[in-house]
Each structure stands twice: as C-alpha cells, then as structure tokens.
Design a protein around this ligand. Structure first.
Ligand SMILES: [Mg+2]
Length: 332
C-alpha cells in the first residue's frame, strides 16, 4: 500500500464495474453523470470503521466490502427505492495488505452489481484507520418513497428478512469462535431483501425501515416518527430453531438477538389493515394509537421524548433493554 501506484487499485475496480442504463457517464472523468428517469433520487451514506464496525480478523476484505455496500443498499431499499449507483471512499493505513484493499473493492463491486447499481466513483487515500464510506443512490419505482412517519393506528407491522442471525454471529465471533458458519457468515455478509423494498412500496406500505440498530430500536424509530405506539407479538418473533441451538450452546438468549440485534438489515414495514402482504413478509405486530395523544410535533420541548421502549411493546409489555427480555420468561 505504501507504493503510491497501488492506490489506483480502487480506480481499476471502479473502472471495470458494469453500469446500468441510468449511468450516462461512468467513472473516469471528474464525476459521473446519472440519468434520473423518475425525477427523484434517494441518497444515503454509511461509514464503517475498522475496530468499530468490522474487524479484519473476523472477515475477508471481500466480505467487509460486501457488508459495507449492503448497509447502504438496505437503506435505499427501506425507502422503497431501487439502487442505481454507489460511490465509495476507502481510507487505509500505508501498511495495509494490498489484497485486503482489492478484496474490499471486489466486494463493493459484487454487491453493487447484484443490486443492479453502478459503481460510479471511488477514492482511496491514506489514513491511520481503515475506513470505508459508501454512498448509495436510488430511485423510487412506481410508488412514492416510503418514510418512517407514515404508520397509522390499525396498520399491520410486518418483517421481511432475517432477525437475530448477525447478532448471533457477532456473539460467536466475540467469544473467539469461528463457527457455526450459518450465524458467523450472517454477520460477515448479511442478506438484506433489497428487492422487497420497492415491492412493499407498490403494495402500499405506509412506513418502512431497515433493521440496523435492532428490531425494537428501529420499530421505535417508526413509532416516534409516526406518533404512534407499536405492539409486537412474541409468538411471531419466536427465534429460528438454529438460533435457539446456538444460544443454548453459548448460554445466551436467542430472543435478545432477535429483538435487539442489528446488522441483518431485514426490512420492517407497516401496511394498512386487511392489505395482502407481499411474498416474504410476515406479520409481527400492530400499530396502536399513542396513549398520550402526542405526536413529536405537538409535544412541547419541555416534555422529554418518550423512550422508544415506551412506544414499542411486546405482547403489551414494555421492554427495558437486553436484560429486560428475561422478564418475559422466554426460554434461552
Ligand atoms: Mg437504515
């Protein structure tokens, strides 16, 4: 990496990326040029830092690159949009193995291509800490962008994608283990259901978010933005048998992974009552009136915002953090 010539590795990967029809001018000039047929662009950025968001001894460069791309792509999907382009920045210490950097570039390109997005720009620079920034652009498809603020009392809450698998993998890796592969790989490379976002938008989703902070926290973001309460069903959120096995072996609680684990980037959306849920979506709860009748806009500044735990309940009971879940008496 210390040879300045090697800094062109990202340029080379970006230059070779396949481009969708919306890329009018690809990489190679000062900036790319993109067509926006619908007239609107969805834009988001995520930054991942070595030792904070990933570890190079837990995943290959390619896996780290794929995970970085998917984090931003999932945000585009959560708006009900289809990804069109990625722009990436990689900052790496001078002694970074070149294979790690080229792997990250390959991973970014692979997920961009799989999502139908063009890798239209990239920059690689020297820095004390390996850092990856991914900007994703997208377009709403045949529907309005789906915000966090549209949930209404009576709506059904539904999920598409996996919950708790990446958290289980993180738990395993944190304890120095490298298996079982099913959960470790879920952490290394999540499987967000990107195509399900635009489908949900067309199906009439009223609010949507991707689960990156944990189900309770992210459902709480919808509840806060929409000025509603949300009650989830414990039965609907029963952990997968594989997660129960892993939790049992580690002495952990699989329900905690499901309720509070991030990184799987499942999509959670609300749909009008009685609407047919699209394929792959499972109902997990109901939107309720805010008991106080306060919306974020109407609440005076002197009144502290309700904690998300108050706006989100499971079988009618509030949840006060990872340890609190044990109060529901869920078996490990
Ligand atoms: Mg998000």
């Amino acid at each position: 990496m210390s040879d300045a010539g090697e800094f062109s590795v990202i340029d080379a990967i970006v230059a070779g990326a396949a481009q969708p029809a919306t890329t009018v001018l690809g990489p190679g000039d000062d900036a790319a040029v993109l067509a926006v047929p619908s007239g609107r662009t969805v834009a988001t950025v995520d930054v991942l830092v070595d030792g904070v968001h990933f570890r190079t001894d837990w995943a290959t460069g390619e896996q780290i690159g794929r995970r970085a791309a998917l984090a931003s792509l999932a945000d585009v999907a959560a708006m009900g949009a289809r990804p069109t382009a990625l722009l990436v920045g990689v900052c790496a210490p001078a002694d970074t193995p070149i294979e790690l950097v080229t792997g990250i570039g390959r991973g970014l390109q692979a997920e961009a291509q799989a999502a139908g997005a063009g890798l239209v720009g990239g920059d690689l620079t020297s820095s004390p800490v390996l850092t990856i920034s991914v900007t994703a652009l997208g377009e709403p498809v045949d529907a309005e962008p789906v915000l966090r603020s549209g949930a209404r009392p009576g709506d059904v809450v539904a999920v598409c994608g996996r919950l708790g698998w990446a958290a289980a993998g993180l738990d395993v890796l944190s304890r120095g283990f490298r298996s079982p592969a099913a959960v470790v790989n879920a952490y290394r490379v999540p499987e967000p259901p990107l195509a399900a976002g635009p489908v949900a938008a067309v199906a009439g989703a009223t609010a949507m978010i991707d689960v990156s902070d944990g189900l309770l926290a992210d459902v709480g973001h919808i509840a806060d933005a929409s000025g509603v309460r949300i009650d989830l069903s414990a039965t609907a959120l029963t952990p997968a048998p594989r997660l129960l096995e892993v939790a049992s072996a580690l002495g952990r609680n699989a329900s905690t992974w499901v309720l509070t684990g991030g990184d799987d980037h499942a999509l959670v959306a609300t749909f009008p009552a009685g609407a047919a849920l699209p394929d792959g979506w499972q109902p997990i709860g109901t939107v309720l009136e805010d008991a106080d009748g306060q919306t974020p806009d109407s609440a005076p500044d002197t009144v502290p915002d309700l904690a998300s735990g108050v706006r989100v309940t499971v079988d009618g009971q509030s949840h006060t953090g990872a340890a609190g879940w044990d109060h529901f008496g869920r078996p490990g």
